[in-house]
Design a binder for this molecule. Structure first.
Ligand SMILES: Cc1cc2nc3c(=O)[nH]c(=O)nc-3n(C[C@H](O)[C@H](O)[C@H](O)COP(=O)(O)OP(=O)(O)OC[C@H]3O[C@@H](n4cnc5c(N)ncnc54)[C@H](O)[C@@H]3O)c2cc1C
Ligand SMILES: *[C@@H]1O[C@H](CO)[C@@H](O)[C@H](O)[C@H]1NC(C)=O
Ligand SMILES: *[C@@H]1O[C@H](CO)[C@@H](O)[C@H](O)[C@H]1NC(C)=O
Ligand SMILES: *[C@@H]1O[C@H](CO)[C@@H](O)[C@H](O)[C@H]1NC(C)=O
Length: 436
């Protein structure tokens, strides 16, 4: 790919558009501002703050490294788990091992990034003092990006606003952080498709002080799993309301994978249609927002949970009244730069991982840090591309393998454990880090 002015003119202050104001878009904006560049974030969501889906994320190495480097709120973000354990159907521990893992919540990460980036006040953290010499940031919501194209040595992004107006902005550089169904990607790589993996994740949270003591014990500072034919469920503690880490006020977060055979998302089976049709009869293609699930469809899942899960897991699934349903999909772009390097994809827009990898937020954080280093001239363009694409490919493939084995093969417990442990290897230990 032809080299652009971007790699060489690092002293110049660039005008940059970031498409998408979720974790990926916020991370890259926060990493670029100290370099003096001016950022405009275009987020299609009509409200100034994204609605949290109340779910947990694992704070992997790159997420923690990002916070160490850029977060100036400096509050603790994670609940740590000291041990992994596996239950049998009767709820007895059949395997355990020591392993420290840090878990946080999507909303806490979001509000901390917003406090740092554009001074959003919340009960999650204090807003840090402004930094001198930073570029300017404009955060525009209700701006739905519809296209990107080249304009000489600049690029143009077009959008429609919530009130129906059309507009466009011409800048030096566009970063697509617009998630797994990325519009930027679909304009530049129309053949890349997001495909259904044959199962869904039912997700939810329950306050730790609202469950029986036996159930609370199973999940307190433990990362707990259960596997059965076509089913996998895991649970761990995450911060509670307003990001509190106070014991007794945290949330038990579960991810319950269950098979829903269907030819595709465009041709859904009747069972998938039932699960993905909300309380007002509206069909959702990929995610069902929390609390919108039809109570009849959820009641069915609650019954299945009682029959098939260990008692501790059945209790938390059954206690959830605002479940969130996520169909599991695969997508990866073969390229991360376009139009002579003036458009770049990061995070889920580049590669949407299956949740088993617990790496989506870490990928967004990693992509942001190394892209900022490349733009600053600290990392060569070739090296930036190699590392970013290697991360995307390795973890995307790993998620497909893990999901296939876990949901569609009847593995002995040792193999589930082996797959899981492989997934928590730090990125530095990956083979790709040292070779092409
Ligand atoms: C509201 C929300 C809640 C989430 N909650 C969780 C959670 O609880 N647990 C978890 O593991 N993951 C969650 N995720 C996913 C998680 O953020 C990502 O997997 C990961 O952090 C990578 O982030 P990303 O910014 O690359 O992609 P995403 O988080 O998917 O963000 C993409 C953003 O781009 C915006 N966008 C898309 N198309 C356009 C367009 N054409 N024009 C303008 N904007 C556009 C979207 O509205 C979205 O805000 C959530 C995502 C969102 C958007
Ligand atoms: C967990 O978080 C703590 C505190 O932030 C940190 O010291 C530790 O290295 C983290 N451990 C892992 C495995 O991420
Ligand atoms: C954004 O625009 C696309 C068409 O490009 C449309 O399908 C979609 O519904 C719009 N989304 C929002 C939130 O306006
Ligand atoms: C979150 O903070 C707000 C404002 O301080 C408070 O009103 C609310 O009760 C808090 N929520 C919880 C669950 O603590």
């Amino acid at each position: 790919m032809a080299s652009t002015g971007l790699a060489t003119s690092t002293k110049k202050k660039l005008d940059i558009v970031v498409v998408g104001g979720s974790l990926g878009g916020l991370c890259i904006s926060l990493a670029l501002l100290p370099l003096g560049h001016n950022i405009t974030i275009l987020e299609r969501n009509p409200t100034p703050l994204l609605h949290n889906q109340g779910a947990g994320i694992v704070a992997g190495g790159d997420t923690l490294a990002f916070f160490k480097r850029y977060d100036r709120c400096r509050r603790d973000i994670a609940v740590s788990s000291q041990r992994r354990q596996y239950l049998n159907k009767d709820g007895e521990i059949v395997h355990k091992e020591d392993m420290v893992q840090n878990m946080t919540s999507w909303d806490l990460v979001y509000y901390i990034l917003r406090a740092n980036l554009d001074g959003v006040e919340s009960d999650y953290c204090d807003v840090p003092q402004p930094v001198e010499g930073r570029g300017e940031v404009r955060h525009l919501h209700g701006h739905n990006v519809t296209g990107v194209c080249e304009k000489g040595d600049r690029v143009q992004v077009s959008y429609t606003t919530t009130d129906g107006k059309e507009g466009s902005i011409e800048v030096d550089f566009i970063i697509g952080a617009d998630g797994p169904s990325s519009t930027v990607r679909s304009v530049l790589q129309p053949d890349v498709k997001r495909t259904y993996a044959g199962y869904v994740a039912l997700r939810g949270t329950v306050p730790e002080d609202e469950v029986s003591s036996k159930t609370c014990e199973a999940f307190s500072e433990r990362f707990t799993f259960f596997h059965a034919h076509g089913i996998q469920i895991l649970a761990y503690l995450i911060p509670g309301h307003n990001g509190t880490l106070e014991p007794g006020k945290r949330l038990i977060n579960f991810v319950y994978y269950t098979n829903f055979p269907s030819p595709s998302l465009d041709d859904p089976s009747p069972e998938l249609v039932e699960l993905m049709t909300d309380i007002d009869g509206k069909r959702h293609r990929i995610t069902m927002p929390p609390g919108r699930t039809d109570p009849k469809a959820w009641e069915k899942q609650r019954e299945i949970a009682k029959e098939r899960l260990p008692p501790q897991f059945a209790e938390i699934v059954r206690a959830t009244n605002k479940p969130f349903v996520q169909t599991i999909t695969d997508v990866i772009s073969p390229e991360n730069e376009f139009l002579g390097g003036k458009v770049v994809l990061i995070g889920d827009a580049l590669a949407g991982f299956r949740p088993h990898t617990v790496a989506s937020t870490s990928q967004a954080a990693f992509d942001a840090m190394i892209l900022a280093d490349m733009i600053e001239g600290k990392v060569e363009r070739k090296e930036w591309k190699r590392q970013t694409m290697a991360y995307a490919r390795a973890i995307q493939k790993r998620g497909v393998d893990m999901g296939r084995r876990s949901q569609f093969e009847d593995l002995p417990l040792e193999e589930h454990i082996r797959d899981r442990n492989l997934a928590s290897k730090p990125r530095e230990e990956e083979e790709w880090a040292s070779s092409e």
